[in-house]
Design a protein around this ligand. Structure first.
Ligand SMILES: Cc1cc2nc3c(=O)[nH]c(=O)nc-3n(C[C@H](O)[C@H](O)[C@H](O)COP(=O)(O)OP(=O)(O)OC[C@H]3O[C@@H](n4cnc5c(N)ncnc54)[C@H](O)[C@@H]3O)c2cc1C
Length: 265
């Protein structure tokens, strides 16, 4: 079984700062990490491989600039078998559609049985890329996974909803998007780190390697159907007022009075 995990390198903060002039993320000076959902996906893939114990492999794929090599080495140090970086200037400026087009092309070229992505990246936050990759690959998908098991040629996934869980069965090949609750990522071992930098290789696939796998009109900035009109950070809310010791009736009266004072009601 070939398990492929898609990984995005993200800034190590949920407080993403934006350049108001260019509408792009300010990455300078912000350390990068593997997106937390993706790290849980790597761990789940490694656990699955160990449980199956049948020669299954874990392959990591990331699209990004050359700096994403560090994220891939970290995944190798955790125990992944191989890693691919999809990197080319032509890929720059891609929106989610173009990103998923390129990642799906890479995954198809490498080969796969199960693809795991994170549910959501903590910087872009759209949760679109995983499901879009499944559509490009033409395979069934389950999102919001909190447990994954393989039984014969089927994958059993526990999918989390706000108020319930579903146990879903899907055939292989398929794609699953991981919640960070899916698995607690293991630490890199010293041997793992040494191997990641000395014995293992991050293979780079460029536009030239992938150009027959997609329509070049649909990648990069020009091929991205999304236009960003304005980007802005979340405005901090006011401190608010606390009335901890009110009865239910007093609380209702207080809220109604406040709303009347502000002419909301
Ligand atoms: C017009 C436009 C231009 C943009 N230009 C740039 C740019 O130049 N540089 C830039 O970094 N961002 C750019 N972005 C943002 C970029 O589109 C998103 O960061 C990217 O598509 C992923 O979307 P997301 O972060 O919402 O991921 P989500 O959909 O929230 O991610 C879900 C999961 O998909 C997988 N995934 C997501 N991205 C990747 C990836 N790159 N490689 C492997 N797996 C992945 C991961 O497993 C992740 O957990 C641009 C966006 C727009 C709209």
């Amino acid at each position: 079984m070939k398990i492929v995990v898609c990984v995005k390198q993200v800034p190590d903060t949920t407080e993403v700062k934006l350049d108001p002039k260019t509408n792009t993320l300010i990455r300078d000076g912000v350390p990068s990490i593997i997106n937390p959902d993706d790290k849980a996906g790597i761990e789940a893939a490694l656990e699955l491989k160990e449980k199956l114990n049948d020669g299954s492999t874990v392959t990591i794929v990331s699209m990004g600039p050359p700096q994403a090599d560090v994220a891939l080495r970290e995944a190798l140090a955790m125990g992944a078998d191989e890693a691919y970086l999809l990197s080319d200037r032509k890929f720059g400026g891609s929106d989610t559609y173009a990103t998923s087009t390129i990642v799906a092309a890479g995954v198809k070229k490498i080969g796969f049985d199960i693809v795991i992505t994170g549910r959501q990246a903590i910087d872009g936050d759209t949760a679109q890329v995983g499901p879009q990759i499944a559509e490009h690959l033409g395979v069934p998908q389950v999102s919001y996974a909190e447990d994954i098991n393989v039984e014969g040629n089927k994958v059993i996934v526990k999918r989390k909803y706000e108020d319930r869980e579903h146990i879903l069965e899907l055939p292989i090949p398929c794609l699953i998007t991981a919640l960070s609750e899916l698995a607690t990522p293991r630490y890199m071992s010293v041997k793992g780190v040494m191997d990641a930098y000395r014995a293992k290789e991050v293979k780079v696939l460029t536009f030239e390697d992938l150009k027959d796998m997609f329509n070049p009109d649909y990648i990069g900035l020009k091929g991205s159907p999304t236009n960003v009109f304005k980007s802005f950070p979340k405005q901090a809310k006011g401190k608010g007022e606390f009335y901890p010791d009110l009865s239910a009736d007093e609380a209702v009266n207080t809220i109604v009075t406040k709303l009347e004072e502000k002419h909301i009601i």
